[in-house]
Design a protein around this ligand. Structure first.
Ligand code: MN
Length: 347
């Protein structure tokens, strides 16, 4: 526990200004631990030996001025056989050269999972339109990782993830494999967006495909800064019924999950996380509000998850370590008795 409190330049509040450099001794120790796993026969990922550049930065100019067509990586979390993936690829083909790599099975709600403790297999697949795609027996993040670790031998100008079957609004993005794939691209220095289609029984991706094209064009022409991605949600309406785009902030999901207990054939209980679909608070300016009002929601996301208000409060807390056993007996009892007494504001 001592290690964790000191790692992030902790120590007493106010004394951490000079501690911006990473602790390289600790970083090396971490790397060595990963090598140990390798020696046990658990390779980190395939394709690394093929090398190739990492992501290219977007050059941000009108598409007509690009000297080569943009390279666009297409992925998702619903799996390589999803019609939403095909719709996204077909929507972006007129804009750039597309490469499709996606999980081989449905990986919805796996979040930002990365597979490090078993090997990954990449397989060549044929999509419904006859084009070639690649599947990975891992997560959406694994699919993006193998691309940026050199599997295709070149970088990408844009990563598009989706079209997800079901919206990713508000708190959903903390679970979403669709959004995590875009986050993985951003971590690799490549602009990215995630696009999700509000659920309806027989999904029609016509509007979402048009939205994807508009978003891709805008990102390629304007660029994104480090750490930024765009989360897009499309209402379940036709292009004629749609009320256009709205730039939004994340709203708040209201989950209605229930723990559903059943008995297996041997009489032993098992559990499902089930219940009615989640709702959300349609507060004006949020992604929920836009979708409810038939608008395509465009939400900027930043990977810097630092809680700015909490940062200030944490610096006012007492961060002295408790006295160790030896100190306690020597000094006859330590006096670290300060506690935080404000508990009203959890903002
Ligand atoms: Mn999904």
């Amino acid at each position: 526990m001592t290690d964790d409190t000191t790692r992030d330049g902790g120590g007493p509040a106010g004394a951490n200004g000079a501690n911006d450099q990473p602790d390289m001794t600790r970083e090396r120790a971490r790397t060595e631990r990963r090598d140990l796993d390798k020696e046990r026969g658990e390779p980190v990922a395939g394709g690394i030996a093929r090398g190739g550049p990492r992501a290219l930065r977007s050059t941000t100019k009108p598409l007509g001025d690009w000297s080569t067509r943009p390279k666009i990586l297409i992925t998702n979390d619903d799996g390589v056989e999803s019609r939403g993936l095909l719709a996204l690829k077909q929507a972006l083909e007129p804009i750039g050269d597309t490469t499709v790599v996606a999980p081989d099975t449905n990986q919805s709600a796996v979040g930002h999972q990365k597979t490090l403790m078993r090997p990954l297999r990449v397989r060549e697949r044929t999509l419904a339109d006859g084009s070639i795609a690649y599947s990975v027996d891992g997560s959406p993040t694994d699919a993006v990782s193998i691309a940026f670790l050199g599997y295709f031998g070149h970088g990408f100008d844009l990563v598009a993830s989706g079209i997800n079957y079901g919206a990713n609004l508000g708190d959903d993005i903390t679970y979403s494999g669709t959004v995590s794939a875009a986050m993985e691209a951003v971590i690799n220095g490549c602009p990215a967006f995630a696009i999700s289609q509000e659920y309806y029984e027989h999904p029609d991706f016509t509007l979402a495909a048009l939205a994807a094209s508009a978003v891709a064009r805008n990102i390629l022409e304007h660029g994104l800064s480090r750490g930024e991605l765009v989360n897009v949600n499309v209402p379940a309406v036709t292009p004629e019924e749609c009320e256009g785009f709205e730039v939004t902030r994340l709203g708040r999901r209201v989950y209605q999950d229930q723990l559903i207990e059943r008995l297996d054939p041997r009489g032993i209980p098992y559990f499902w996380i089930g219940g009615p679909p989640p709702s959300g608070l349609a507060v004006e300016g949020t992604d929920f509000h836009a979708i409810v009002n038939r608008r395509i929601s465009i939400t900027p996301i930043h990977l810097d998850l630092t809680g700015r208000r909490l940062l200030k409060r944490l610096r006012t807390w007492d961060w002295a370590l408790p006295a160790s056993e030896a100190d306690t007996s020597a000094s006859g009892g330590a006096t670290n008795d300060h506690r935080d007494t404000e508990d009203g504001d959890h903002g």
